[in-house]
Write a protein that binds this ligand. Structure first.
Ligand code: 5GP
Length: 208
């Protein structure tokens, strides 16, 4: 398959503000498409089927795995999460930049499979701020929050596997920064092989 768009994987500790950041990126710039994951976790208040996630039972999720319908999947704090393949491939093929907001194990799998994926890690300015954001969201029990903070300690060990690390302090600045990263990625020589070849050919005709 010829892929034209950029595949951008965004990870970060739960509570880093990735969701808001990505929503804002999509609202301001129209070349992005956000992949909606499948999960076995229960919907939070205000979440809608097909908008935040496709909510699945364990059996349904395991069938998706068996049928090869997921690009990657991982288990996170007791639930499955996975990226449906069809939408991502279709959007990349159309030339749109596809954003996956997934955790670290999934990010690694995507990079192995598609090495030109851009991996970006979003962090809050401090651990204290992370805890505050998780608590203020008010959507999780204390136990879930504690588990998510524990998971953050593990995830922090893997940050160097990412291509970029950005701090989400000022939302506005962070959105534009992420957009700039994607624009720069577009100019990598490895993504312009056809144009490079064509200019080479043209130059040859001039020097004859
Ligand atoms: P939450 O329950 O807060 O919505 O998500 C928990 C974690 O799962 C977050 O770190 C989120 O980025 C990650 N996640 C969401 N969708 C996927 C997915 O499709 N694959 C993987 N590997 N992780 C996901």
């Amino acid at each position: 398959m010829e892929k034209k768009g950029i595949l951008l994987v965004v990870s970060g500790f739960s509570g880093a503000g990735k969701g808001t950041l990505m929503k804002e990126l999509l609202r301001r710039h129209d070349n992005y498409a956000l992949s909606v994951s499948a999960t076995t976790r229960a919907p939070r208040e205000g979440e809608e089927e097909g908008r935040e996630y496709f909510f699945k039972t364990r059996e349904e999720f395991e069938q998706m795995i068996a049928k090869g319908q997921l690009i990657e999947y991982a288990s996170y704090v007791g639930n499955y999460y996975g990226t449906p393949r069809a939408y991502v491939e279709e959007q990349l093929f159309k030339g749109r930049d596809v954003v996956l907001e997934i955790e670290i194990q999934g990010a690694r799998k995507v990079k192995e499979r598609f090495p030109d994926t851009v991996l970006l890690f979003v962090s809050p300015p401090s651990a204290k701020e992370l805890r505050r954001r998780l608590t203020e969201r008010g959507t999780e029990s204390r136990e879930v929050i504690e588990n998510r903070l524990k998971r953050a300690v593990e995830e922090a060990q893997g940050i160097e596997d990412y291509d970029y690390f950005v701090i989400n302090d000022d939302l506005n600045a962070c959105v534009e920064h992420v957009h700039q990263i994607v624009q720069c990625e577009r100019s990598r020589t490895g993504r312009s092989r056809e144009q490079i070849q064509s200019i080479r050919e043209e130059l040859k005709t001039f020097s004859k």
